[in-house]
Design a binder for this molecule. Structure first.
Ligand SMILES: NC(=O)c1ccc[n+]([C@@H]2O[C@H](COP(=O)([O-])OP(=O)(O)OC[C@H]3O[C@@H](n4cnc5c(N)ncnc54)[C@H](OP(=O)(O)O)[C@@H]3O)[C@@H](O)[C@H]2O)c1
Length: 337
């Protein structure tokens, strides 16, 4: 019998603790976390749950938690789960400690993390991953999956059968994909809602149930789709609908939207975007790597994305001093941008 793979979670926050908690027992998992998170795990253990009723507690004695990069030594695979702004720092920390040939998977939003990791870790196999679901932290040591979807990862021979089996056994089957850049751009279009959700102050389900918020999102996505088209980037279809149809569906009246896009509203009633959490905790958000990425791509093509530019500015302001927006007021602001 082969021994279970050793998986290190680098940057154990919402996504990292959830993935690690699901994989625990099917793999040897080491959590590399900030001291504040490590002490919570060392006091309470780790609980993971999901919207389908799965719930599991891992006692303190069974957790391997480290606050140093050296915690990843000996890992067969490292899952990078920090926010995009921390990727370069993490890449350099990993370069100091990883053995050549180690598999590194970026389970992050944003389209440039993999290139940054590859540049700093030329001796490792770096693969793109994508987390389609929302993860929240209802209690300090409890991480909850609030919406559905399967993890996606770049197809590669570096993904060993043992590693794939560990994910499968943990209830997180990996869907292999040949064009992860198209997936990440498509996810970015969906993530344009993160900033809106943060500014709304509402849970995701409540926000998306209101047409005025969906019209804001449709406006941001239309700008995004125009820029991607100009740049020759074709976003992958992550939902039953092609990405280019999403703005029209989002613009439907509430009752019709509820009927046609019920899956989009199949989210835990309390789930919010992690950008909202960042603003509440006075942390710098990922807006530069989401809306800001489209703004930069547009500029490189001599185009403009005024509504996304406005959102970046509003989130920058909210990082200093949070203010909740009414949807009609924000829609007017974005249309006039
Ligand atoms: N949460 C979701 O629902 C969700 C869903 C899909 C995808 N994502 C994406 O997944 C990624 C992670 O998101 P998240 O919500 O899990 O973020 P998070 O809760 O902020 O977790 C990241 C953790 O990594 C820590 N960290 C940063 N640099 C580190 C370092 N050098 N060494 C050790 N730890 C370090 C952070 O600490 P500090 O705060 O002190 O820096 C934080 O505790 C993001 O790209 C996000 O967009 C999130």
């Amino acid at each position: 019998m082969t021994s279970p793979p050793r998986i290190a979670i680098y940057g154990a926050g919402m996504v990292g603790n959830y993935l690690g908690g699901r994989l625990h027992g099917h793999a040897h998992v080491c959590f590399v976390a900030r001291p504040r998170i490590a002490s919570v795990l060392k006091e309470h253990g780790l609980t993971v749950s999901d919207l389908h009723g799965h719930r599991r507690h891992i006692p303190v004695a069974e957790l391997d938690v480290d606050t140093q990069a050296s915690g990843v030594q000996g890992a067969d695979a490292v899952l990078v789960t920090v926010k995009s702004a921390a990727t370069m720092e993490v890449a350099h920390e990993l370069a100091e400690v990883l053995a050549p040939g180690t598999l590194v998977i970026s389970f992050q939003n944003g389209v440039r993390n993999v290139a940054d990791l590859r540049a700093a870790l030329p001796m490792c196999h770096v693969l793109a991953g994508m987390v389609p679901f929302n993860v929240a932290q209802p209690e300090p040591a409890h991480f909850h999956q609030g919406s559905s979807g399967e993890l996606m990862v770049e197809r590669s021979a570096a993904l060993s059968p043992a590693l794939r089996s560990a994910f499968e056994a943990g209830g997180l089957p990996l869907q292999a994909c040949d064009d992860m850049q198209a997936v990440l751009w498509s996810k970015l279009l969906i993530n344009l809602n993160n900033a809106l959700n943060a500014l709304s102050g509402l849970p995701l389900r409540e926000e998306l149930a209101q047409r005025a918020w969906r019209l804001c999102l449709a406006l941001l996505q239309r700008e995004g789709l125009r820029v991607l088209h100009a740049a020759g980037i074709r976003p992958a279809a992550l939902t039953a609908l092609p990405a280019r149809w999403l703005p029209a569906v989002l613009s439907l009246p509430d009752a019709l939207f509820r009927r046609i896009a019920s899956r989009m509203l199949a989210i835990d009633p309390l789930a919010r975007s992690s950008m909202w959490d960042d603003l509440q905790a006075h942390r710098r958000t990922e807006v530069d790597y989401i809306n800001g990425e489209l703004v930069a791509l547009a500029k490189s093509r001599g185009l403009r994305t005024p509504a996304n530019e406005r959102i970046v500015a509003l989130i920058r302001e909210a990082e200093q001093s949070y203010a909740q927006w009414e949807p009609q007021e924000l829609l007017k602001t974005l249309r006039n941008a």
